[in-house]
Design a binder for this molecule. Sequence first.
Ligand code: 5GP
Ligand code: ZN
Length: 113
Amino acid sequence: MDCIFCKIANKEIPSDIIYEDESLLVFKDINPLAPVHLLVVPKVHINSLNDISESNSSIVSKIFELIPQIAKEMKINETGYRVISNCGKDGDQTVEHLHYHILGGRKLDSSLG
Ligand code: 5GP
Ligand code: ZN
């Protein structure tokens, strides 16, 4: 499958990996929009939020259990951060492999759109 995040997960494309376990990968966004801009990615291919269901939602729990740990490691847990998952055309999703952005390290704009 020609999916850039599957290739990153398979180490076919290099990335700046912050964390890895058997099911998740966290790496730095190639085009950071904040001093801390990480992507939390399941190793299994899921297209987007639209494809989460009872059969695969345990990965979402794992992602949200991991996020506070990563925030602490990156020392943004006290200053705060934002977690975003863009979905589809109107959500401006550019990579069709489910991922969660973690943005922090500066005061973020209050605009969500
Ligand atoms: P989306 O726009 O789908 O929500 O987010 C995709 C993100 O992936 C973008 O912020 C983009 O900068 C990042 N990205 C795209 N290709 C690569 C890559 O090859 N390596 C890394 N580290 N990030 C990438
Ligand atoms: Zn993929």
